[in-house]
Design a protein around this ligand. Structure first.
Ligand code: XUL
Length: 516
């Protein structure tokens, strides 16, 4: 059996699969806020951070790991787990003193993890992906590399506040002593993997690409980026590695305490987005995942490392090999809800019948669907911009907003150079037939609904099974099932209209950005 673990912002989850029967044997989760209220982090991070700082307590993650395994041991025989793989919320970092390496290798199973490892933290808290406090460091790194384009072409992203490099840079400047006493820097993912293995395991290519430090060409730490970020940084990082190759075995602490086998192998952990790519069955180029949530995200596999010339999208390693993109759109459900409220309608106005009634106008009326600041494209629009009069009927305005959202997605994912063969749609709004049809029509690709509750933990379990000799693509065919219901086919008669609309949308976008 194979175990996948995901350490996310609000919880840590584990899922055990049996690939021979294609079943999930057990799954368990610990919610940081509910199960560990003593940390005062109801949403998984320490509230009240100043100047955009968002940190978490790594000891909370350790207590959660103990709790998770004690619950899981009641449900399953953990001695039959042969490989563990995992993922973590991306970008978050853990800072460790020289004592870590020694302590983590000889933990006492009669005590807890947090009590024994607390003294090995050289920084008591960990900045996580929600942190936006490093604008100055991003500017510095960008300037020393000679511009955003250079940072992006090397690392896969322009310098981004939440990415680990700028966070490390800030720590080294604000607490030089704390930084100097740091022997090892881990991501959330590699920290958890290292605790399991009882020794530091490397950061993987998937999560490593979310640091503004790894060069996509050779998958190694980039000398110039390291130098621009902080002194002696190379020595604090292990060389990046594939998450498919186990690099350790379960430490005695876990074998004694929870009954794992000493032969249980541990893979380097990856990021939650790369793991989700696996859990959504989308590691082969052509399969695109669109998640419709508060913000919308678009992620997809790419055979080679291409980077977004505009610097909006990110490139991470694909656990199956090659690369993946992750593109976030802030104006997702928030924009759909804003229009719904503005028009005083309910979601039935977004239904398939309501939208089909206006399909003759497909692509005719353009809306830049941004109710405030957007990151793709990076601009504060203030309010939506339309190419038509505000008097347009509610039905036309809804069609136009949705088309605008997905034209923007199509436009800003074109740099990947991958043909969209099939879209896997997930997240709250994916249940809406009207919205799903507009996605299919704008992209001219069939849409499949996907309901995976914890795609990162499932993806990690599949990585563990692949590391144990199973074929990753076959595993995805077995475990990554679409929701019941037919495939939503695109209306191919609209293809030409959307090609024209895409060009017009791009022009309106440029005009608006330059005029504002
Ligand atoms: C990706 C990102 C988030 C975290 C959430 O760049 O910041 O998706 O990985 O866990």
């Amino acid at each position: 059996m194979f175990l996948g673990l995901d350490s996310s912002t609000q919880s840590i989850s584990a899922l055990i699969i049996d690939p021979t029967t294609g079943t999930v044997i057990a799954d368990e989760s610990v919610n940081f806020g509910d199960d560990l209220p003593q940390y005062g982090a109801p949403s998984g991070f320490i509230p009240g951070g100043k100047g955009g700082e968002v940190h978490s307590d790594p000891l909370m993650w350790l207590d959660a790991l103990d709790l998770l395994f004690s619950k899981l041991a009641e449900k399953a025989d953990l001695s039959s787990v042969s490989v563990i793989a995992g993922s973590g919320q991306q970008h978050g970092s853990v800072y460790l003193s020289p004592g870590f390496e020694e302590t983590v290798g000889k933990l006492d199973a009669t005590q807890g993890l947090s009590a024994q490892l607390a003294a090995t933290l050289s920084r008591p808290t960990s900045p996580i992906w929600m942190d936006t406090s490093t604008a100055a460091e991003c500017a510095e790194i960008t300037a020393s590399l000679g511009g955003s384009a250079e940072v992006c072409s090397r690392s896969g992203s322009v310098a981004i506040e939440r990415f680990t490099g700028p966070q490390i840079c800030k720590f080294s400047k604000t607490d030089p002593e704390g930084y100097a006493s740091t022997q090892r820097i881990h991501l959330v993912s590699s920290f958890i993997a290292s605790v399991l293995a009882g020794k530091s395991l490397p950061i993987d290519y998937g999560d490593g690409a979310g640091m503004n430090l790894m060069n996509l060409k050779d998958l190694a730490w980039d000398e110039k980026l390291l130098q621009a970020t902080a002194p002696d940084l190379a020595a604090k990082l292990l060389p990046p590695s594939s998450c498919l190759v186990p690099q350790g075995t379960m430490s005695a602490y876990f074998t004694e305490k929870y009954g794992f086998s000493p032969d249980c192998k541990i893979c380097p952990f990856t990021g939650d987005n790369p793991a989700s790519l696996v859990g959504m069955g989308a590691t082969s180029p052509g399969q695109v995942v669109i998640s419709l949530g508060t913000s919308d995200t678009f992620f997809a596999a790419m055979p080679e490392a291409k980077t977004d010339p505009n610097g909006y999208g990110h490139v991470f390693g694909n656990p199956a090999g090659g690369f993946m993109s992750l593109i976030c759109f802030l104006n997702g459900s928030l924009a759909r809800e804003a229009l719904r409220d503005e028009l005083g309608v309910d979601w039935t106005a977004f239904d398939k019948d309501a939208l089909t009634a206006t399909s003759a106008s497909a692509g005719k009326n353009l809306t830049l669907p941004f109710y405030g600041a957007e990151i793709t494209p990076r601009h504060d629009f203030g309010k939506p911009v339309t190419s038509f009069s505000e008097e347009a009927s509610p039905a036309l305005r809804i069609r136009s907003l949705l088309e605008g959202q997905f034209l923007n997605m199509r436009l800003n994912s074109a740099w990947m150079g991958v043909t969209t063969d099939r879209i896997r749609l997930t997240g709250g709004a994916s249940n809406n037939d009207g919205i799903a049809q507009v996605v299919a029509d704008v992209f001219q690709a069939p849409v499949e609904r996907f309901e995976v509750v914890n795609s990162a933990a499932l993806g990690a379990a599949l990585v563990a099974a692949a590391a144990g000799g199973h074929d990753l693509v076959s595993l995805q065919e077995i475990f990554c099932k679409s929701a019941p219901g037919p495939l939503i086919e695109p209306d191919t008669s609209l293809a030409g209209k959307y090609t024209t609309a895409l060009a017009d949308f791009g022009k309106l976008l440029q005009q608006t950005i330059h005029a504002q």
